[in-house]
Design a protein around this ligand. Structure first.
Ligand code: ATP
Length: 252
């Protein structure tokens, strides 16, 4: 039964709705089949934190908002999963932060890149940068090295939700401040980025948009931000004796 037929009172309503969005993303050529596997991994970690936003995530959201606000040239890198799940929120984040949106996908496919661009434009994005064939970042070999000369190439802060570790590492080595959103506190991405929001993309993006809008002067929170401590707190929440999943996730 499609999630749209499931009553909102169903305990897994939001989770089912989110799955439907990812499947629709595959059907319209935005998300790769591999993206379904990445989504399943995310769901498992989300279950372990009780499918709610924890203080280790709200702290990271504040630090990320300050970094975006302070950036001279912020860019939001968008892949197939992020687009299928949250095109409108990514667009809203770009608007709030004065950032460019740039398409970048793991499994090379010009058709899918164009489908992502189209979906972002339909969601209201004013412009969406595409990877060039002429400009590349260093320290990475595959398709993902290609970037837009007015986007990631010159960016000082890059927000890369649901990223893979190699590219995150390359972005950091290229001198970028990297913000990621990743439910797995053990992933290479989570550990390499300077700011990791361990939360579901669909829950934390509206909070990040709001935090950017409300962040009038970059607070000290950015300088004081301890990513390793936040990751340790996330891992502890997952492993802890009263682990978040011991009571059923509410509202989902
Ligand atoms: P790495 O290379 O960084 O070690 P990986 O190989 O696990 O990570 P991928 O499979 O490319 O990386 O990335 C998917 C990541 O995104 C996973 O860590 C998964 O937990 C996370 N993820 C999936 N869906 C979501 C979501 N909706 N919100 C936040 N994180 C998610």
């Amino acid at each position: 039964m499609p999630a749209s037929d499931v009553p909102a009172s169903h305990p897994r309503y939001l989770s089912l709705l989110t799955r439907e969005r990812i499947v629709a993303g595959v059907e319209r050529g935005v998300t790769s089949l591999h993206g379904l596997i990445a989504h399943g991994r995310g769901e498992a970690f989300d279950y372990l934190i009780g499918e709610r936003t924890h203080p280790f995530a709200t702290g990271a959201i504040a630090a990320a908002a300050a970094a975006l606000k302070r950036a001279r040239h912020p860019v939001i890198s968008v892949n197939g999963n992020a687009c299928a799940l949250a095109a409108a929120d990514l667009m809203a984040l770009a608007e709030a932060a004065g950032a460019r949106l740039e398409v970048n996908i793991f499994h090379s496919s010009p058709a899918r890149e164009l489908a992502i661009r189209m979906m972002l434009l339909e969601a209201g994005a004013r412009d969406v940068l595409m990877p060039s064939q002429t400009h590349a970042i260093q320290h990475i070999d595959h398709n993902r090295k290609w970037v837009h000369p007015e986007g990631i190439l010159i960016a000082d802060v890059v927000c890369v939700p649901l990223e893979d570790g190699d590219r995150c590492e390359a972005l950091v080595k290229n001198g970028k401040t990297v913000i990621t959103i990743d439910l797995n506190p053990l992933s290479r991405t989570a550990r390499t980025a300077q700011i990791t929001i361990v939360d579901n993309l669909t829950r934390c993006l509206p909070l990040l948009v709001q935090a950017v809008r409300e962040c009038t002067s970059p607070p000290e929170s950015l300088n004081a931000w301890d990513n390793a401590a936040a990751l340790a707190a996330a891992e502890a929440a997952m492993r802890g004796p009263q682990a978040a999943h011991s009571s059923p996730p509410s509202g989902q």
